[in-house]
Design a protein around this ligand. Structure first.
Ligand code: GLU
Length: 320
């Protein structure tokens, strides 16, 4: 990855529920990757969607990270310098970023309903969203003004019919044609909430993040984000995506799975070191599950040990 001088990794959890083991494994890898490079960790709460996030979960996330020894150097609820580090409090900043894109003539209002979007698109982008049909792309200002009387628009970014290529530090070379993979994407929803894609780019750049480590489910969002970095004239970080942790039966973990949430595991008698050691074992860093502190894993960490394929939780590893 990048030079050791100013490495900054980050935790960017969404406080919409309790973290599950997959979130924790990813956070552990982000922490190890930054610490091994002598870097720091920024904690940013991705609570843009205030209808789905809760302050109570935000506090819980901080307690969970601390308990596990996944400490952070900057950010979180109490660190206000040079924050805020909660996205819900950074709207004015996102407005300014949006203005920069608007000034380039790349933003247009879209009046399509969810149903229209789904109906108009056969292929779906890998994140499950429909590929945008381009329906509102060519509305004249007069047509848009007329439609605005009936419905608040979302704001979309025009994307070019071009490949965006990058090298993921774990998954290697990647390439995506934005027009084909997702189409013009949303920067601000019709209810005024800024989209993850814009906020994550603006914030990672503003917070000096130099390496992004996150789940493979966001690999396909990275080209959109790189395009935004380019348009905003910002230096992109390096990206390393992690395999996902799956339940023993192969299904995706969910924040609703109480048995594999941190509080559930602590209640069942696992210590924080038991949990970290088992996660490190799942991630390929240990040959056998044994209690470990994150700091003890720093010398053992390397991306080569981490599998590329998603990891099924071995049956019985987290049950007593
Ligand atoms: N907030 C996102 C999540 O919790 C992560 C976004 C990112 O790492 O870029 O899934």
């Amino acid at each position: 990855m990048e030079s050791h001088a100013k490495v900054a990794g980050r935790f960017a959890p969404s406080p919409s529920g309790q973290m599950h083991l997959g979130n924790l494994m990813c956070s552990l890898l982000a922490w190890l990757s930054a610490k091994q490079a002598g870097g720091r960790i920024v904690l940013r709460m991705e609570d843009l969607d205030t209808a789905r996030t809760k302050l109570e979960y935000t506090r819980q996330l901080e307690r969970d990270f601390r308990l596990l020894g996944l400490d952070w150097d900057e950010g979180g609820l109490t660190d206000s310098q040079p924050g805020p580090y909660c996205q819900s409090q950074r709207t004015a900043f996102y407005e300014r970023c949006l203005d920069k894109l608007q000034a380039q003539g790349l933003v247009f209002p879209c009046f399509c309903s969810r149903a229209e979007l789904h109906a108009a698109s056969a292929p779906h982008a890998s994140d499950g969203e429909p590929v945008y049909s381009g329906k509102c792309r060519h509305l004249t200002p007069e047509q848009a003004a007329e439609k605005s009387k009936l419905r608040a628009p979302a704001l979309r970014l025009r994307v070019p019919d071009e490949e965006v290529s990058f090298t993921d530090a774990h998954y290697g070379p990647q390439s995506q044609n934005l027009a084909q993979a997702c189409g013009d994407f949303i920067l601000r929803r019709s209810d005024g909430v800024f989209a993850y894609q814009l906020a994550v780019v603006a914030d990672d750049a503003a917070m000096g993040v130099t390496q992004v480590v996150r789940g493979r489910d966001l690999l396909s969002s990275t080209p959109r984000q790189l395009y935004l970095y380019k348009l905003l004239g910002l230096d992109p970080p390096s990206f390393a995506h992690t395999p996902l942790l799956l339940a023993p039966d192969g299904r995706r973990l969910s924040k609703r799975d109480r048995d594999i949430s941190l509080p559930g595991l602590l209640e069942a008698g696992f210590t924080p070191e038991d949990i970290i050691g088992r996660l490190a074992y799942c991630a390929g860093l240990l040959d056998a599950p044994q209690p470990m502190k994150p700091a003890e894993l720093v010398p053992l960490f390397s991306w080569e040990k981490v599998p590329l394929q998603d990891i099924c939780l071995p049956k019985g590893l987290f049950t007593r």
